[in-house]
Design a protein around this ligand. Sequence first.
Ligand code: SAH
Length: 346
Amino acid sequence: MSKDKKDIRSLTKEQLRDFFKSIGQEPFRGNQVYEWLWSKGSHTFEDMTNISKNTRELLEENFVINHIEVDSLQKSNDGTIKNAVKLHDGLIVESVLIPTNKRTTACVSSQVGCSLDCKFCATAKLKRMRNLNPDEIYDQVVAIDRESRLYHGHPLSNIVFMGMGEPLMNYKNVLASIEKITSEEGLGMSPKRITLSTSGVPKMIKKLADDDVKFHLAVSLHSAIQEKREQIMPFAKNFTLVDLKESLEYWYEKTNRRITYEYIVWKGLNDTKEDIEALVRFCSYVPCKVNIIEYNPIDDGEFQQAAGEAVDAYLEALERNRVPATVRRSRGKDIDAACGQLANKQ
Ligand code: SAH
């Protein structure tokens, strides 16, 4: 890849039209190229057969088409597929296809490594290298959509931003990727099928509400007691539960969409009555549901999944207080593709 050529996919449609104008050609050629790049997913200028050969050569001289490559693919015995995705600069992220009875979900990464420091997450142990570009996020979705058609006979139905990275620390690019995923020129997916999961960055949650986004929001809560949350998610010192609560109220006021709290119950850490009461109280602030997720050990033995009874006690208290709750069984554990296990181990 040449250093001085620009990645053509960093250009908006308008900028592509301007480029054609600047070389004395019809601006609609820009629309055609845009379509090749985004709806047709072309990786070479040669593909663009409705553009003259001379023009294609001119594009080649001025631009590169950066794209991801699925470097390796691991299949779990439960049907989950993990992709190691190589970026144009050689860095690697992971994305996962999770099939269930009726749907297939893509779990995509938003950063190489992560900005945050959750002690129970394998990705947090990696250094944050850089943010992904909108096209690098979009390409992960396209790759998984292809795999879904190939291995499961139907297109991708849902997307969760629960792979590597904190999506709200790469706000602009994540939103640009969702714009592409949902636009007719991209994949035309409904935003209702997309969930962004955040560790809880209050300022950015408010910004999402102001930007009037149409997708769903999930928050990795894990404890509704400030000191405990700081213990397991040290960044929470700066992003406190008080601020989080306020931002979620703001979100709900503006969007009217209920929030999902992700919650892991650990042995000896958040498995007491006091923890349960704190969660129930937190759940009274805005309409929500709770997704209790199974802990996937990340080798160092510091954290252990709580016993079934502790999870049952949570479920019972939530039910009594009319908070919808589900327990999410992990998928793809045998290939380190489950939540919190993405650490480029392959
Ligand atoms: N940074 C975002 C999205 C990535 S993590 C966030 O925190 O929400 C996706 C989900 O996996 C989060 O709910 C996170 O708390 C959870 N997770 C992290 N490590 C885990 C582990 N070892 N076992 C189970 N879930 C884990």
